[in-house]
Design a protein around this ligand. Structure first.
Ligand code: FAQ
Length: 331
């Protein structure tokens, strides 16, 4: 452990260990990051950098896995075989994204079991967006269009995040998310050009998913405790508000092309800034959902706990098989 000194600070009545890093090592690390070099698993890194990455990457991985549930709910009810095959492939992709991300986090010295236990115990977060219900088929297209669209907006810059394994995982994830976004937009396009009932269904889905999609980018910058340090260490390359603005600017013309209306009376083009002004998301709702009060939060965690319990025999069998192989090699 490259910790020079451990002090104890007091936060309320809870003692919190404070790691004081070797100033020379810290300065060398910061210079590397400032020069846009990737940090690799065996390189020295400050403890707070490692912890922040474990927090963000594991939250990201949990989001991909929990994010399979709202769409998985519709695989059996997709309207055509083509739509079913696309949705099935998309949900499988999300599982793959979760696996790359868990592997990237494991290079920081945390095990997959530890991350899973943190999720199941309600200690680790996952994206607020997956705590909302998927009520109609139009929600499938809208999730692809808006949720994958927001995910790409956030993840393209993460291809240049300072931690090498996370950056490399993002390259493939972004390619797949781009397909997800397009299939979603195409599905909404068909509904928006369909019968009045289909168009109304697409509008209703946009009305319900718009604000939660804007919340995916995190709290406003002035209420984001992690942004300043993460920007400095180039874990994040853009702030929450910068990405939210870019997402609005790209998505509004897409809604116009569909003939759908963004549910925001304050939305208007601002010539001077070259972007849209838009209304304020309900941040009270966001913080309530972050703290576990989302409409589907209980169902989501119950599903993950059941999956863990039902998978126990698979884990046991894999371990027994590995033990047998080891014993055979040793003999
Ligand atoms: N939901 O100080 P900040 C996808 C938490 S992938 C829940 O601003 P930070 C693919 C935050 O953790 C979607 N919690 O935090 C897909 C922090 O918690 P703390 C996931 C949130 O980390 C599509 C606290 O609030 N993507 O959708 C959220 O600097 C379709 C304070 O916030 C990623 O994870 C939230 N929305 O910035 C799958 C991308 N926002 O400190 C299936 C990587 C904030 O108490 C179907 N992550 N919090 O532990 C990031 O870029 C960042 O972590 C942010 C938050 C931008 C999400």
């Amino acid at each position: 452990m490259y910790v020079q000194e451990v002090k104890t600070a007091s936060l309320g009545d809870r003692p919190v260990p404070v790691v004081v890093e070797d100033p020379a090592r810290l300065a060398a690390f910061e210079a590397r990051v400032a020069a846009d070099e990737f940090v690799e698993p065996k390189d020295w890194m400050p403890e707070a950098y490692r912890k922040t990455l474990i927090r963000q990457i594991s939250q990201h991985a949990h989001s991909e896995i929990v994010g399979m549930l709202p769409e998985g709910n519709w695989i059996g009810r997709a309207p055509t075989l083509r739509r079913k095959a696309i949705l099935l492939a998309k949900v499988q992709d999300e599982a793959g994204h979760g696996l790359y991300l868990y592997c990237a986090a494991e290079t920081l010295g945390v095990s997959r079991d530890q991350m899973t236990q943190a999720l199941l115990a309600g200690k680790a977060k996952y994206s607020t967006i997956f705590n909302y219900p998927t009520l109609t088929w139009a929600d499938m297209g809208t999730i692809g269009w808006l949720v994958d669209g927001a995910a790409i907006m956030n993840q393209v810059p993460l291809q240049r995040t300072s931690y090498g394994p996370y950056a490399r995982a993002m390259v493939r994830v972004c390619k797949e998310e781009s397909f997800h976004q397009r299939q979603g937009y195409e599905a909404v396009m068909v509904l928006a050009a369909g019968t009045p009932e289909q168009k109304a269904m697409a509008q209703d889905a946009l009305d319900r998913w718009w604000w939660p999609s804007l919340m995916m980018f995190g709290p406003p910058d002035d209420q984001s405790p992690n942004s300043a340090q993460s920007m400095r260490w180039r874990i994040k390359r853009d702030t929450n508000d910068e990405l939210r603005q870019k997402f609005v600017d790209i998505t509004v013309p897409q809604a116009e092309a569909l003939g759908l209306k963004i549910p925001d009376p304050d939305l208007r083009w601002n010539e001077e800034k070259g972007g849209y002004d838009f209304g304020t998301p309900d941040w009270d709702e966001f913080f309530a959902v972050v703290s576990g009060e989302g409409p589907m939060a209980h169902e989501r965690l119950t599903a993950r706990r059941e999956a863990w319990d039902n998978g126990a025999w698979v884990r046991d069998a894999a371990m027994a098989h590995a033990d047998k192989r080891t014993a055979r090699v040793a003999a």
